[in-house]
Ligand binder design. Structure first.
Ligand code: ATP
Ligand code: MG
Length: 379
């Protein structure tokens, strides 16, 4: 692939002022520095970037020296965070060479981990994520055909798809996420490679998949993501117990709507929904002898959550919130009017109520009157 440098003037308002200042300061200090990745992709497509990543020839120590409010993070891959407020930081990464280069007998030929701009390009995942922007020249630097793929809305791998998925199987779910986000198509070779390699996801630590799962579903197109994951055979490696039903569909659409209108979302809600049918299935299977309703519920939820965390981690706060939502369904369905006001004041009420309403509108239409009771009593 040939190097393309294309003059594209961005509306400077689209670029974060702090990111712009970092690049200027670093360039002035003699370091080759670019904006890179998702932010360039999003600006070129007319979306507002979520964050601005910077790639540079400066080492983490050199970056750290230039910026007073910065800190080096990570041990294996060092990165620098430049802080702008308690919540805002910008990540600056030194150009990185891809994997170790080894000869046929496994000997390490090159283990330097920092690299040149070109090395940095080829370790990235998709062509649309491999674009760099030179602020001084107002030029996009494209080694991988990313500009063309952005134009035709194709998710294409940099390098050989199977190899790159083996190297990092999380790229398979990233492909699905970007397909939905950009309204793009995944290149057919990638689709084949995903279908062939989907089981590699089982190798990924559940903690990393937790982060990825949140990104998969907390966005404006989560229903597209869900269906595509299912179609490609990836869903069973993330949520083996979950199948689409009207409740799952409704909650994914609801989550996206909330995000569109700027409301907060919590992963607890989606996990509770995804595992609701598995929970009820388990409840119908276990022996009921000499057990209270709460004991049964806890036993079934332990089982379902245990199954789930083999694949995707659920931090303790999350699983306990999920259990609360489930346990409260019974209280909401079998209410004692005298105690309603107390229940409403519980910090867990809101989510349990939203859960009940969504159930009543999808798979559990018979609880409609009960959901209405709780709606009216809050008026
Ligand atoms: P968004 O922030 O909208 O989720 P993004 O493209 O910025 O999208 P990030 O996860 O923030 O995604 O990653 C930033 C950049 O780092 C990507 O654009 C890509 O170039 C590179 N990258 C991230 N994850 C991987 C990966 N698993 N393999 C290769 N490159 C990656
Ligand atoms: Mg990003």
């Amino acid at each position: 692939m040939n190097l393309i440098r294309k003059k594209i003037k961005f509306d400077k308002k689209l670029i974060d002022q702090d990111a712009l200042n970092i690049v200027k300061k670093m360039t002035n200090s003699g370091y080759e520095t670019y904006l890179v990745g998702g932010c360039i992709r999003d600006i070129l497509l007319g979306y507002k970037p979520k964050d601005f990543d910077i790639a540079t020839s400066a080492t983490p120590e050199q970056i750290n020296k230039l910026f007073k409010r910065s800190r080096i993070i990570g041990r294996r891959f060092k990165l620098v965070h430049i802080m702008f407020s308690a919540r805002k930081f910008i990540e600056v990464a030194t150009f990185r060479a891809g994997n170790l280069k080894t000869s046929s007998d496994g000997l390490v030929l090159r283990d330097n981990y920092y690299g040149t701009l070109k090395d940095d390009v080829f370790r990235r995942d998709f062509t649309v994520n491999g674009l760099y922007y030179d602020i001084n020249k107002s030029e996009v630097i494209d080694y991988v055909g990313g500009l063309k793929d952005l134009e035709i809305l194709k998710i294409n791998m940099i390098g050989d798809p199977s190899e790159r998925f083996e190297e990092d199987p999380v790229r398979m779910i990233r492909a699905v996420r970007f397909q939905a986000k950009l309204n793009a198509k995944i290149e057919s070779k990638l689709i084949e490679a995903i279908q062939k390699n989907s089981q590699l996801l089982a190798k990924i630590p559940p903690a990393r998949l937790y982060e990825e799962v949140i990104k998969l579903f907390h966005n404006e197109n989560s229903i597209v993501v869900f269906r595509e994951l299912f179609k490609l055979g990836l869903l069973k490696h993330l949520f083996s117990q979950t199948k689409e039903n009207s409740f799952v569909t409704a909650s994914l659409i609801n989550t996206s709507e909330r995000i569109k209108s700027g409301n907060s979302v919590t992963p607890a809600f989606l996990f509770a929904v995804f595992l609701w049918s598995p929970l009820n299935k388990r409840l119908s299977q276990i022996s009921k002898k000499n057990k209270s309703r709460i004991e049964l519920m806890l036993e079934a939820s332990e089982y379902v959550i245990n199954q789930q965390t083999q694949q995707v981690m659920m931090p303790r706060w999350l699983s306990s919130r999920v259990k609360d939502v489930w346990l409260m369904q019974y209280q909401l369905e079998n209410y004692n009017p005298k105690k309603s006001k107390t229940l409403i004041r519980s910090p867990r009420f809101r989510m349990a109520y939203d859960f009940l309403v969504l159930r009543s509108e999808s798979i559990d239409k018979d609880v409609k009157a009960k959901a209405e009771y709780w709606t009216n009593i809050q008026k």
